[in-house]
Design a protein around this ligand. Structure first.
Ligand SMILES: *Cc1c(COP(=O)(O)O)cnc(C)c1O
Length: 417
């Protein structure tokens, strides 16, 4: 129906031509096992959630420390709302710049050990603001093949020359750096990578990576979305654990995962933050985050830094170890994961969706991750653990997955059910 003509549906309402085109596309996605649907969760985030009237053990959130519904953080959101209202009214640069935003940024800078920090409405919008503010058409952005979509989108938006290096492959990165530094019109070079990769759970080799970026005079932006709160002696992230924090030019992440709140952040020098306030378009042209989000973020950051954060991180790592044992005993090998993200490789999109559905029938919620989140043919079940899981939760998932076995000798192929 590409001619734009309207037809009538069975109730004789005109069907807009737009809907006809879109419905065809949705049908194509469904045929490929790629159609996505929203699932309504009728409870707060936690180790157990209510979905379709049933309680499921939840192995799908990024609430690594179990803080999303923590009473201290909930109370901080309520207090910020009571004191500063529900809405912030305008962008930060107009009149929406409230005390809770500054308090969250001061807490974040202290936590990250940087001179300054800046919060955004989301990590996604932070990336869209930051990368195009730092580089343009005369520059080069080099990203890891498995970097999060927000950084890819932001790199494209910047208009810089975009080059992709093979996942965690520093030889490939160095070749691209050599090419980039050898270009006649010398622009800037920005490397963007993740410390803990969101869909594989493996880690970037930060120490040699930092050496490379220094050797070639490139800037480094590090996405710590899945490491902040979990890694490092003070749980600042993988940069802290690797001892390279001071060499990361732009520390970037989200307040919506282990911190238990919502929003994105950048931490770095005062000059970087002052510059972004003037140049990051998603900061300038967007209403400031609500007081509740900023209040919750500050409380989450403080909680993560303190003894409760330490205890929760220790529990998280204990659950991860237990889960790996469970997985190994049922023949599932969680690949090269070194984090709280333990992907079970399936391969086919439809198979992954079907396996996720069957696991739901057994009372566990594990999402099927498919293209375009991961490459075609690399669909997987992405198990994530939280400090709020009990050993009993872990065993229940272990039992559920032991019903299914990965097909021997063909990792990433179909399943023997
Ligand atoms: C979740 C995520 C983001 C985006 O953060 P939001 O606050 O959810 O928008 C960025 N990078 C990575 C690696 C992520 O997993």
């Amino acid at each position: 129906m590409a001619d734009g003509l309207e037809t009538l549906n069975q109730n004789s309402f005109p069907v807009p031509a737009l809907d006809i085109v879109l419905a065809e596309q949705l049908a194509t996605l469904a045929r490929q096992g790629l159609r996505r649907e929203l699932r309504r969760v009728a409870s707060p985030q936690g180790p157990h959630v209510r979905v379709d009237g049933r309680e499921l053990r939840n192995f799908s959130s990024n609430d690594y420390l179990g803080l999303a519904n923590h009473p201290v953080i909930v109370e901080a959101a309520i207090r910020a709302t009571r004191d500063y209202g529900a809405g912030s009214g305008a962008s930060r640069l107009i009149c929406g710049n409230l005390t809770p935003h500054h308090e969250a940024e001061e807490a974040l800078a202290a936590f990250k050990g940087t001179a300054a920090a800046l919060i955004f409405s989301s990590g996604y919008s932070a990336a869209l603001g930051v990368i195009p503010a730092l580089v343009g058409p005369e520059d080069v952005v080099i990203v890891d093949k498995l970097i999060h979509a927000c950084c890819v989108d932001a790199a494209r938006l910047s208009g810089a020359k975009l080059r992709v290096f093979a996942h965690n492959d520093l030889n490939d990165l160095e070749q691209i750096l050599q090419w980039a530094t050898g270009r006649a019109e010398l622009g800037r070079i920005l490397i963007v990578t993740e410390s803990v990769f969101s869909m594989d759970g493996d880690l970037a080799p930060l120490k040699p990576l930092v050496e490379l970026k220094e050797k070639y005079g490139a800037w480094l932006m590090l996405d710590e979305a899945h490491a902040t709160g979990c890694f490092g002696a003070n749980r600042r992230g993988l940069a802290e654990a690797a001892g390279v924090s001071s060499q990361v030019d732009i520390q970037f992440g989200t307040l919506g995962k282990a911190i238990g709140a919502a929003g994105g952040y950048v931490a770095g020098s005062r000059t970087l933050v002052d510059y972004l306030v003037n140049r990051a378009r998603s900061f300038i042209f967007s209403t400031a985050p609500g007081p509740a989000a900023a209040g919750a973020a500050r409380a989450g950051i403080e909680l993560v830094q303190g003894p409760e954060g330490a205890a929760r991180a220790a529990t998280l790592w204990q659950r991860v170890a237990e889960m790996k044992t469970e997985m190994a005993s049922s023949g599932w090998c969680p690949q090269s994961s070194a984090s709280a993200i333990l992907p079970l490789m399936v391969g086919g999109e439809a198979e992954a969706v079907e396996l996720s559905r069957r696991l739901r029938g057994l009372g566990v919620l594990v999402p099927a991750i498919r293209y375009p989140t991961v490459a075609r043919g690399l669909a997987r079940l992405r198990v994530t653990l939280s400090a709020s899981h009990t050993t009993d939760d872990v065993q229940a998932l272990g039992e559920a997955i032991s019903v299914f076995h990965p097909e021997p000798d063909s990792p990433g192929a179909s399943l023997v059910a």
